[in-house]
Design a protein around this ligand. Structure first.
Ligand code: SAM
Length: 204
């Protein structure tokens, strides 16, 4: 069986970043939700950010304390190349989010689009939530976007979980107070529609 890291490295080697199913020309909803909860001096981590342009959008909006973490070094390389000299303003971490050695109480905002739903093993989800609890400051915000109940059963050849808003929030538990949620239809470059649920919480 191909390991998790190798799977994702292969995906980013074989497909252009703007041809993967999750590509967005701009991460509009993510940017709006981050701007609604934190100013430009906030420390923001995009967990499983891949080659997403969210980091570009955040830099354009004036955010200057940004971290992008992803399992696939090749995805981070795509973003670094796209950003050019601006990449030096960003901290890049190539690691598994369930095992990375993250700093304690460091982040004001944790953002994840389309990563948590790949954690089909409950033990991985427990480790993920522990990482959020450790590294997000009390009072910080957590934004997680996962496939909704009408979303696909697989993505990138991997099984995924699908969540209604309450079920997604329940994975995180009482230490995360739900502020709201929204459902969005993502249009893939191949023309398919995918239902995403965004939940946003405060880490109490
Ligand atoms: C569907 S893509 C979403 C990328 C990005 N968040 C976006 O919205 O464009 C999932 C990303 O999660 C990364 N990933 C998958 N499992 C991971 C893990 N356990 N730790 C860190 N990153 C992971 C993959 O390499 C990939 O870049």
């Amino acid at each position: 069986m191909v390991g998790r890291r190798q799977h994702w490295e292969t995906v980013y080697h074989n497909k252009a970043a703007d041809q993967v199913g999750w590509f967005q020309p701009h991460a509009a909803s993510s940017l709006r939700l981050i701007e609604a909860c934190a100013g430009t001096d906030a420390s923001v981590i995009d967990a499983g950010g891949g080659a997403s342009v969210l980091v570009d959008d955040l830099l354009d909006a004036g955010y200057r304390n940004l971290t992008v973490l992803d399992l696939a070094e090749s995805a981070l390389a795509v973003s670094r190349a796209r950003l050019g000299a601006r990449a030096e303003k960003v901290q890049w971490i190539a690691a598994d989010i369930t095992r990375a050695d993250l700093p304690a109480a460091r982040y004001d905002v944790w953002h994840d689009r389309a990563v948590f739903h790949f954690l089909t093993d409950p033990a991985d989800r427990t480790r993920y939530v522990a990482q959020v609890l450790k590294s997000v400051k009390p009072g910080g915000h957590v934004i997680v976007a996962a496939f909704g109940p009408g979303g696909p059963l697989q993505c990138s050849g991997l099984d995924v979980m699908r969540y209604a808003p309450d079920a997604l929030h329940a994975e995180f538990g009482a230490l995360f107070r739900l502020l709201g949620h929204q459902t969005e239809t993502h249009h893939t470059p191949a023309g398919k529609e995918q239902e995403f649920v965004y939940c946003y919480c405060v880490r109490v």
